[in-house]
Design a protein around this ligand. Structure first.
Ligand SMILES: NC(=O)c1ccc[n+]([C@@H]2O[C@H](COP(=O)([O-])OP(=O)(O)OC[C@H]3O[C@@H](n4cnc5c(N)ncnc54)[C@H](OP(=O)(O)O)[C@@H]3O)[C@@H](O)[C@H]2O)c1
Length: 199
C-alpha cells in the first residue's frame, strides 16, 4: 500500500517509517528533508502535497507543533499558532484527503497524553490534543465507508524523556509507539483514540 507519512523525519516518524517500510511503500513528508515538502499550518500546502503525491491507501500524521508554556506566559499568538498548526493542520489533512485517499483507506492523526493528563505549561497543547481526538470521533461518523479516521495518543516517549534528562524508564519506547500506528493502518478500526503508553 502507498502510505503518506507526515512528520517522517521526527523521532516518532523515523520509527513509524522503519516499521511500515517492509510491507508498504512509504512516501515521506515534512517541511524539509522529505520526499515531499508540506507545512501543516498552511492549507494550500496540504492541497499541493496531495496533488503531488497522487492516490494513497493511507495517511499517517506525526507532524505539527503546539506551544508549551505556563498559562500566564501564553499569548493570543501562542494559542493561534497551536490551533493553526497541530490542530487545524491535522483537521485539514482529513478534510483535504477526500479524492486523494483510496475509498476505504485511512488517515491516522496524533494527539498525546496531555489531552487527558495535563501538567503545568500544557494548556495550549492540551486544547490541541483533546481537539484532535474530538474531531476524529465526529468526523469518523460522517466518513463511514469512505475513509477510516483514527488518532494515536502517545504517552511520554522514552527517547524524548532521555533527551530531556529525565528517567527514560518511565516512558514507552518509540518503536512500541510505532506499532500502534501500524495497527491503525493495517486493521479496520475507525473513530478510535489508540493509546500508546507505558503499561
Ligand atoms: N515524543 C513524545 O514524547 C510525544 C508524546 C506525546 C505526543 N507526541 C506527539 O507526537 C508528535 C511527534 O512527536 P516527535 O517527538 O516525533 O516530534 P519531532 O521529533 O519534533 O518531529 C516532528 C516532525 O514533524 C515535522 N513538522 C513539524 N512541524 C511541521 C509542520 N508545520 N508541517 C509539517 N511537518 C512538520 C518535523 O519536520 P520539519 O521540522 O522538517 O517540518 C518532524 O518531521 C507530535 O505531535 C508530539 O506532540 C510526542
Amino acid at each position: 500500500m502507498r502510505v503518506l507519512l507526515i512528520g517522517a523525519t521526527g523521532m516518532l516518524g523515523t520509527e513509524i517509517k522503519r516499521i511500515l517500510d517492509p510491507e508498504h511503500d512509504v512516501i515521506t513528508a515534512s517541511r524539509k528533508g522529505s520526499d515531499v515538502a508540506v507545512d501543516l499550518s498552511d492549507k494550500a500546502s496540504i492541497v499541493a502535497m496531495y496533488d503531488k503525491v497522487g492516490k494513497v491507501g493511507a495517511v499517517v500524521s506525526v507532524g505539527g507543533a503546539a506551544k508549551f508554556a505556563p498559562l500566564d506566559a501564553l499569548g493570543d499568538d501562542d494559542y493561534a499558532f497551536s490551533i493553526t498548526n497541530k490542530l487545524m493542520g491535522q483537521v485539514n489533512l482529513v478534510r483535504c484527503a477526500i479524492g486523494h485517499v483510496n475509498e476505504g483507506g485511512s488517515v491516522t492523526l496524533t494527539s498525546g497524553t496531555l489531552a487527558q493528563q495535563p501538567m503545568v505549561g500544557s494548556a495550549a497543547v492540551s486544547i490541541v490534543n483533546a481537539g484532535v481526538e474530538g474531531f476524529v470521533r465526529a468526523a469518523a461518523l460522517e466518513l463511514q465507508g469512505k475513509l477510516r479516521v483514527n488518532v494515536v495518543s502517545p504517552g511520554w516517549v522514552a527517547e524524548t524523556l532521555a533527551s530531556m534528562g529525565k528517567d527514560a524508564s518511565q516512558g514507552i519506547a518509540a518503536a512500541d509507539v510505532a506499532t500502534v500506528y501500524k495497527r491503525a493502518v493495517d486493521e479496520s478500526m475507525t473513530g478510535q483514540t489508540l493509546l500508546a503508553a507505558k503499561t
